[in-house]
Ligand binder design. Structure first.
Ligand SMILES: Cc1cc2nc3c(=O)[nH]c(=O)nc-3n(C[C@H](O)[C@H](O)[C@H](O)COP(=O)(O)OP(=O)(O)OC[C@H]3O[C@@H](n4cnc5c(N)ncnc54)[C@H](O)[C@@H]3O)c2cc1C
Length: 314
């Protein structure tokens, strides 16, 4: 094996002071970054820093301007990009570093329906499972058969769907390192799957600022304890974007960070933006929504910062 494809623990390289790649295109660096190619290399990473951060596509992530001192481990490498697709049964097995859009295209070409409802969501398979990524047409949890993950003691576990407590935009697996997922899709007419893909993609591109730099929705849609007549009834989820829009926050900006004019739950950034601008804007939006509706928004966005002891996501 050449050095670049050697998947043994001893071949693990640690790079220093590497900017963490996120879809915001801003934020700080990782003092140490490893591109893990195998379970053995992930275990070697645990020996260096048991609490390392796991980086997928960085599509739901903001990194503090000062960067992070903990080890950051990326899974977007050849060692974590295996895919197997059974066109007859519809069973799809994908490693955690596989890019979700790429997997969707392969499944559509194979005439397998189900995953195309996640069209337009940038993610690795691991990140999509952790966040239970989804939208108007469904979420990852609807398709999961089993998930394999490494615990922080270096032990590998396989959980079947019934053992995973998926909920709206969460998997409750955040303490683990997802290494692989098995999905059950539905063999069907290729043209029908393509049509469904196009429908999901157009819905998304019509309603969200997909060409701007963002991390998708910043806030989870809150469950209302009291009805807000123009939004939703008590006991239902309200669109966070709708609440933000009604407070008049669309277009509000802190330097290069702005509440999107297209979808109020998106914050977009220019190249001059700092992570601190995004954080300040988030707090302004939270306060305005609370003042107007008495609703405390919770973040879907994950923020990595050494100023807080733990990865912060709500
Ligand atoms: C333009 C745009 C549109 C978006 N639209 C949607 C949408 O419609 N629906 C939706 O749900 N999301 C959406 N998002 C958000 C994002 O795509 C999802 O949250 C996605 O699941 C993030 O995956 P990732 O691989 O980028 O994870 P990252 O952002 O890299 O990481 C997110 C979290 O998951 C953890 N993580 C990542 N991989 C693993 C792993 N293998 N094991 C354990 N933990 C891991 C990270 O440590 C971090 O805590 C959008 C984002 C953008 C930029």
């Amino acid at each position: 094996l050449s050095q670049s494809t050697d998947q043994s623990a001893s071949a693990l390289k640690i790079e220093r002071d590497i900017p963490v790649s996120t879809w915001f295109h801003i934020g700080g660096s990782a003092t140490q970054l490893a591109r893990a190619q195998s379970i053995e290399q992930l275990i070697a990473c645990l020996e260096i820093d048991q609490d390392f951060y796991i980086l997928g596509e960085g599509a739901n992530l903001l990194v503090d301007d000062d960067g992070v001192d903990s080890l950051v481990v990326s899974l977007q490498n050849d060692g974590f990009r295996d895919v197997s697709i059974d066109e007859t049964t519809g069973v799809v097995r994908a490693s955690a570093g596989v890019a979700l859009p790429n997997l969707i295209s392969r499944c559509v070409r194979a005439g397998l329906g189900g995953l195309e409802v996640l069209a337009g969501i940038p993610a690795t398979v691991g990140g999509a499972v952790i966040m239970n990524a989804g939208g108007a047409f469904g979420s990852v949890a609807d398709l999961i058969v089993e998930v394999t993950a490494l615990d922080r003691a270096g032990r590998l576990h396989t959980f079947d769907r019934s053992q995973i407590d998926f909920d709206y935009r969460q998997s409750r697996l955040n303490h683990l390192i997802v290494t692989e997922a098995v999905l059950q899709l539905h063999p069907m007419d290729k043209e029908l799957v393509k049509r469904s893909l196009n429908k999901c993609m157009s819905y998304k591109s019509d309603s969200q600022p997909l060409s701007d730099k963002s991390a998708g929705c910043v806030f989870k849609n809150p469950m209302l304890s009291e009805s807000i007549p123009e939004v939703a009834q008590a006991g239902q989820r309200a669109g966070a974007g709708k609440l933000i829009d009604l407070t008049g926050c669309k277009g509000m900006a802190v330097h290069g960070a702005q509440v999107s004019q297209v979808h109020a739950n998106f914050i977009t950034t220019t190249k001059d933006a700092k992570a601190s601008h995004v954080i300040e804007l988030i707090s302004q939006v939270e306060n305005q929504v609370f003042d107007r509706f008495g609703v405390r928004l919770k973040r879907e966005l994950v923020i990595w910062s050494d100023k807080h002891p733990m990865e912060t996501s709500s």
